[in-house]
Design a protein around this ligand. Structure first.
Ligand code: TIU
Length: 224
């Protein structure tokens, strides 16, 4: 019997064999200067505080042999999967596919598109390349989770109100229970960080639960 993980709006009934860690879009393009996130006018330092707790949790999850899945947002080098609306939106000076400090912005295979070195995947950890904000849209994530008998997701990554919220909503409608870790998700906007988490746990956990990484690590340690 695993203990419950303290969370809001009420404790999360953790089933390790049916639970995966999902790390969303911890890419250089969002977390390092000169990437896509900065090209949209954002301060990447707002996101970097999520790196250390996520790394600590990732190590604990690897030791406990849980399923770990990483995602990356990005597009084919020929941009054939890029909606024209996404390319044009915001009228930025730099667009998806343009050359920047870490290669072409948000394009698969470019240095900026890859996961930050601190959280780099190891062998056996699937990496899902997604063209949208949600990790289920136009990907094989749902099939990979179902083939492994996964019913619960512990969710980390960026950004809280964009790709994390979209993915949690998609997961909720597909029948997954999601626990989002507030210290392991980040937003460029402090007010969206707060409200993005409140939206998940309000109304009795309308989309899922919100907790902290220390609580998950403590439960994993106690089970050893
Ligand atoms: N702009 C922003 O907040 N986020 C994104 O564009 N993608 C993700 O959240 N991954």
């Amino acid at each position: 019997m695993m203990p419950l993980i303290p969370a809001e709006p009420y404790p999360f009934d953790f089933e390790p064999a049916a639970c995966a860690l999902l790390i969303i879009d911890m890419q250089r393009d969002f977390l390092e200067p000169g990437g896509f996130g900065e090209s949209l006018g954002n301060d990447v330092n707002q996101l970097r505080r999520a790196i250390a707790p996520t790394r600590h949790l990732l190590e604990a999850m690897r030791s406990a042999a849980l399923t770990i899945i990483h995602t990356r947002e990005g597009h084919r080098p020929d941009l054939a999967d890029l909606p024209p609306a996404k390319l044009k939106r915001g009228n930025p000076s730099l667009r998806i596919g343009d050359e920047a400090a870490m290669g072409r912005l948000l394009v698969r295979g470019e240095p900026g598109h890859d996961i930050i070195p601190e959280l780099y995947p190891i062998a056996g950890e699937p990496v899902i390349d997604k063209p949208g904000k949600g990790a289920f849209y136009a990907t094989d994530l749902d099939a990979i989770l179902k083939h492994r008998g996964i019913r619960q997701l512990i969710v980390c990554g960026v950004t809280t109100e964009v790709c994390v919220n979209t993915t949690v909503r998609e997961a909720n409608d597909r029948g997954f229970d999601c626990l989002v870790l507030e210290d392991c998700v980040g937003s460029y906007f402090p007010e969206f960080q707060e409200m993005g988490l409140k939206m998940i746990k309000a109304q009795g956990g309308i989309f899922g639960w919100v907790g902290r990484s220390e609580a998950v690590v403590a439960v994993l340690r106690a089970a050893r």
